[in-house]
Design a binder for this molecule. Structure first.
Ligand SMILES: [Zn+2]
Length: 283
């Protein structure tokens, strides 16, 4: 599929002209906005989930929204996911990690040699994530002779709420790909867009996302109609992948006809497992 196909999939006609609405900001664009050279804020291909986490292009958003999220939100999810998997190593694979020795931190490449042994190579200036010579000197001077043990310390360089909002965007764009302009027209998703357009303040309820393994759900990626008690909702399922680590997420959004869009989150709050969740059909 190419950009033009994504455009036509969710376009609408007004006075004979075909328009596409950016699902995040709600601005309308014409097909000529697919040309980067023509307009300042053009339409751009959006990866869902994030490109760095194994996503693929499924919809178009405007360049302003795409860039804004790329610079301010998406990397919180990327870093958060890497942080969570910081100590998961597969034998024979090489990983970029930080090594801490008495407070001196260096960038290194680590490889799991056997069950409890990591081979550590400290990057010199030729490598991409190099260490300044002074840092290496400091690191070496704090290392005692024959020392074989170092701390591998992740640095928490992300914000939990922004990581959550990046997940919310993934779910919302997956639903947009499936049900199209209904997500723009229905009032059910006003609160989603309000959160996406103001990511500095957390306004959207928690509990809209569950890890599939914790929720005991084995289900393919995609969008499903589900029921929890008497409440109907959409469940958008996707995986994040980095360094060979994969995690499946279940995200919940209200239906377009929902009278109480937040009701599903009240119910999910009390759910430890997905026992009373009924999957009805895949979209
Ligand atoms: Zn936009």
């Amino acid at each position: 599929m190419n950009s033009h196909q994504f455009f036509h999939d969710n376009s609408f006609k007004k006075k004979g002209v075909e328009y596409y609405t950016c699902p995040i900001c709600g601005d309308d664009f014409t097909e000529s906005d697919l040309k980067k050279s023509k307009t300042k804020n053009h339409l751009s291909e959006e990866h869902v989930p994030q490109n760095a986490l194994g996503g693929k292009v499924i919809v178009l958003t405007c360049k302003d929204c795409n860039n804004d999220y790329g610079q301010n939100v998406d990397h919180h999810l990327v870093n958060g996911f890497k942080f969570e998997n910081y100590f998961k190593f597969k034998q024979g694979e090489k990983y970029a990690r930080q090594i801490n020795n008495g407070g001196v931190i260096v960038n290194a490449e680590v490889e799991l040699i056997k069950e409890d042994t990591l081979d550590v190579k400290i990057y010199d200036s030729k490598k991409k994530r190099f260490n300044p010579p002074s840092t290496i000197k400091n690191f070496t001077s704090t290392t005692s002779q024959g020392q074989t043990q170092y701390l591998v310390t992740p640095e928490k360089n992300f914000d939990d709420d922004k990581a959550d909002i990046a997940i919310l965007k993934n779910a919302y764009l997956m639903l947009f790909e499936k049900i199209g302009r209904k997500v723009i027209q229905s009032r059910s998703y006003t609160s989603v867009r309000r959160q996406l357009n103001n990511y500095h303040v957390r306004t959207f309820p928690k509990h809209f996302v569950k890890k599939a393994k914790i929720f005991n759900m084995d289900v393919e990626n995609g969008v499903y109609q589900v029921r929890l008690g008497s409440v109907r909702a959409y469940m958008c399922v996707f995986e994040l992948e980095s360094d060979g680590n994969i995690e499946k997420y279940l995200t919940f959004l209200p239906t377009e006809t929902s009278q109480q869009p937040f009701k599903i989150y009240e119910l999910l709050k009390k759910q430890e497992k997905g026992d009373s969740l009924k999957v009805q059909r895949k979209l």
